[in-house]
Ligand binder design. Structure first.
Ligand code: ATP
Length: 514
């Protein structure tokens, strides 16, 4: 675990050192849980967004996009339930004065039991070798059974407390499980209280009677309030979806995991409107579609899992998270929710407008049901970074720091180096860039020895480097070096576009989805 924490620290500093992510307002020592994306970070982030957007809007004839404003009429948040119920249960440790989410403390405790079971299994697998029967072992080994019984009992008690909104019981669970504050190491806990996560501000001057408005805590409501506009103007027929990428704001209580939990973040959400009664089928379909989107990146199926919700919001009839194996455990990256007709009905009620769909096939009107897929851009960014970061031992004893980014997401696709700064080599290198820059992001570098330039490109995940040398001037060939294998080969300049373009395009990823 300590080793994993070290890796995470290294990733955070790598992100800063190489222009991916900076603390916000860094010169003033930063602002809690707010971050800025640097010159490489913004490219990677844009590529992630493009991959998502195109997978939704280009690959589906029945999904369109919108871009709604961050500020919305305040009644929106009354109707959606956020004013009354967008709360987290928080608990303070009196000794460290640190604040935690009570539900997260308990979830981490459940994960500890899971880890204990995994360790027993791994130990036994090693001991028994090829003959190991995991199912048999898990159903008979007394230690595994004991951990499992404790885990299940805790899980059940926790789910019940959440469903009943029983704050006293959440605290009691923390006490009974002897959960300690990681900072002070004590069990000196306060009561559990509810805390609303929405930021508010005022619009208009006070003389006119200013009114309180909120910074949206999710982008989804911008889609719901535009359902009628889009359905009518786009002449959309059910089932259809509306996709949106945009900023969201939450006054998170605990914000200690870099860009995993931020106060200002970005979401990519898609609301899929379906005929009532078909929603669970669509829910399954979107679960598979979204998992395939993640796995097309090639990070290994074993690093993902679904986590079904214990506590369903009163309006939801199914919900799951896609979790990714981060250095600090399996964590939610995306949520997929079957939200029934709750949001549209609420907006109909609060606005007094009829928000329905006229079904030309059956001649009836009804309120569509909704399947939502909701993923955080920043969490996705973090998972890509965590999986790609590597400190590789080379055969010559050196270590190289390399980001094995999927080529389609890499900020820079090709770096072009003149071997030396003279004899017309820089001009030749620029010529190559001038040709290729229309097709993908190229970077020119002439400082330092070639080896150092390779390392700098490895550190930002550039999949290809090209070196221009005196031979290039004679026969128009260059050395093309591959980031992952570090292999170099001689190719003709005219071949570069063909070799590289397909590998680095978002299209190459999208094709894996079909
Ligand atoms: P959590 O339980 O971790 O607080 P959530 O269940 O409240 O997350 P949703 O409301 O389902 O999250 O939001 C959808 C997605 O938005 C999440 O899967 C996550 O990727 C992203 N997200 C939510 N809150 C944050 C945040 N504070 N910082 C960064 N991303 C976030």
């Amino acid at each position: 675990m300590a080793q994993q924490e070290d890796v995470f620290k290294k990733i955070v500093s790598h992100c800063k050192e190489y222009g991916f992510v900076f603390p916000s307002s860094d010169i003033y020592d930063g602002l809690g849980a707010v971050y800025d994306y640097g010159q490489n970070g913004v490219e990677l982030k844009n590529n992630i967004k493009q991959y998502w957007w195109q997978s939704m809007v280009l690959l589906h004839q029945n999904i369109v996009g919108i871009d709604a404003a961050i500020f919305m009429h305040p009644t929106t948040w009354k109707a959606s339930g956020h004013v009354d119920a967008f709360n987290d249960p928080l608990i303070d440790n009196r000794d460290s004065k640190k604040r935690y989410r009570a539900d997260v403390l308990i979830e981490e405790q459940i994960a500890k039991y899971d880890e204990k079971i995994e360790k027993e299994v791994a130990k036994a697998a090693k001991r028994f070798g090829e003959n190991f029967d995991e199912v048999m072992f898990c159903s008979t080994n007394p230690r595994v059974l004991e951990h499992k019984a404790k885990r299940d009992a805790l899980h059940e008690r926790f789910a019940k407390a959440l469903n009943n909104n029983d704050l006293e019981e959440l605290r009691q669970i923390i006490l009974d499980e002897e959960i300690v504050c990681p900072i002070s190491g004590t069990r000196n806990w306060t009561e559990v209280r509810q805390f609303n996560l929405m930021f508010s501000t005022e619009v208009g001057s006070t003389a006119d009677g200013a009114s309180k408005i909120y910074l949206r805590p999710e982008t989804a409501q911008g889609i719901f309030v535009n359902y009628l506009n889009v359905q009518k103007t786009g002449r959309m027929k059910l089932p259809f979806g509306i996709a949106q990428i945009g900023k969201a704001f939450r006054n998170e209580i605990v914000a200690r995991q870099f860009i995993f939990r931020m106060r200002e973040f970005e979401q990519m959400e898609m609301q899929f409107f379906v005929k009532p009664g078909t929603e669970l089928e669509w829910f399954q379909k979107w679960k598979q579609t979204r998992m395939a989107w993640h796995q097309a990146l090639g990070f290994g199926a074993e690093n993902y899992r679904f986590h079904d919700h214990d506590k369903l919001a009163h309006y939801a009839n199914a919900a799951t998270d896609i979790e990714f194996h981060m250095p600090f455990g399996f964590k939610e990256v995306e949520g997929i929710h079957s939200r029934t007709n709750f949001d549209l009905s609420q907006h109909a009620k609060y606005s007094g407008k009829k928000i329905e769909y006229f079904d030309p096939d059956t001649n009836e009107s009804y309120t569509p049901y909704v399947i939502e897929t909701s993923i955080g851009v920043d969490r996705m960014f973090l998972s890509v970074m965590c999986h790609s970061f590597d400190e590789e031992q080379l055969p010559n004893g050196e270590t190289r720091t390399v980001l094995h980014l999927p080529a389609a997401l890499a900020p820079v696709k090709l770096a072009v180096f003149p071997l030396t700064k003279k004899d017309g080599l820089p001009e030749k290198a620029q010529e190559i860039i001038n040709d290729l820059r229309f097709h993908f992001n190229c970077k020119y570098e002439e400082k330092d020895q070639i080896g150092k330039r390779y390392r700098r490109m490895d550190a930002i995940g550039t999949p290809y480097c090209v070196t221009v040398d005196p031979q290039t001037l004679e026969d128009n060939t260059v050395t093309l070096r591959d980031r992952d294998s570090m292999e170099q080969r001689r190719v003709h300049i005219s071949e570069l576009q063909g070799i590289i373009e397909d590998q680095v395009s978002i299209t190459s990823l999208l094709k894996k989805l079909l």
